[in-house]
Design a protein around this ligand. Structure first.
Ligand SMILES: [Cu+2]
Length: 289
């Protein structure tokens, strides 16, 4: 499993270096016949919620009419859900999810301030910026970067359709809704990746219920704030290029390296973790006990 993951991730640097794009012109046909408009966002840790430098990511969007192609990579997020029942219970996570890749729901937020929340967004002063507290900055959900099915707000908190794990790439082409399209064009679209790392998240996020009222199927209480609070955020801005990183658009439909294990887990109801992964996870979540 480790080897597989490494192999998949090794493709990322190649993808990233294309953004240097001194050579924008020759790469221009990559975006297709009509040459779409490209937007990009650099994903940075959300204040209070994710320590500076702990996680990062990049998003490239290519818009061709109403067809939006998303290319995204993130790293440094929460990797796996805890495995022991006591921790799971405390966080409002059903035991069926034990050890599964940590689901990260992610959206294009729209119609807010077109920015990412700063420490002042923590209006209740508990040391965590909840999804709701972040809304004056980034707005409501316009589009969900789901791995399958709908891409509007209807899949916003569906963890079974969210990418998972600490590092993943996400690629999908879909029809973008009018509200999101308008936000992209008027410069108020913001990408938000949710789900905090229990190992370094603010303490209150482990004990406070999430601000969206999400209860996972089979859980006895609401999911803790770590499950939904914003971890990474980045404002989308029109890029001065008509392309996406090479290797981007060729594959149609949704695909996400790193989510295969999650699909397996949710499909089969069980995930067999290698011994190394279990040890790694214990180390990672050790701080909670
Ligand atoms: Cu969101």
């Amino acid at each position: 499993m480790q080897t597989k993951k490494k192999l998949m991730l090794s493709a990322v640097p190649a993808l990233a270096c294309v953004t240097a794009l001194g050579l924008g012109a020759p790469a221009a046909h990559a975006a297709g016949d009509s040459g779409g408009t490209t937007y990009q966002a650099k994903l940075a840790p959300v204040a209070l919620n994710t320590p500076s430098g702990a996680a990062s990511g990049s998003v490239w969007l290519t818009l061709d009419g109403d067809q939006l192609t998303v290319n995204e990579k993130v790293s440094g997020l929460a990797t796996n859900l805890p495995k022991d029942k006591k921790t799971l219970d405390a966080l409002g996570i059903p035991t069926a999810f034990a050890g599964a890749p940590f689901p990260h729901v992610q959206h294009i937020h729209i119609a807010g301030g077109g920015s990412c929340p700063t420490t002042g967004a923590d209006t209740n002063g508990d040391g965590v910026i909840s999804t709701v507290e972040g809304q004056p900055a980034y707005g409501k959900i316009g589009t969900t970067f789901s791995t399958k099915g709908a891409t509007d707000a209807s899949t916003a908190t569906d963890v079974t359709k969210a990418p998972g794990g600490g590092s993943f790439t996400y690629k999908r082409t879909f029809t973008v809704n009018a509200d999101t399209l308008a936000a992209l064009k008027n410069n108020t679209a913001v990408v938000v990746v949710h789900g905090l790392n229990p190992a370094n998240a603010p303490k209150a996020s482990l004990s406070t219920p999430n601000s969206l009222g999400v209860t996972l199927p089979g859980a006895s209480k609401k999911l803790a704030l770590i499950g939904t609070a914003p971890a990474l955020c980045g404002k989308l801005e029109a890029a001065q290029m008509n392309t996406v990183p090479s290797g981007g658009v060729q594959t149609g439909g949704g695909s996400t390296s790193g989510t295969q294990d999650m699909g397996l887990f949710y499909g089969a109801g069980a995930l067999v973790l290698g011994a190394g992964a279990v040890l790694g996870m214990r180390r990672r979540f050790g701080k909670q006990h």
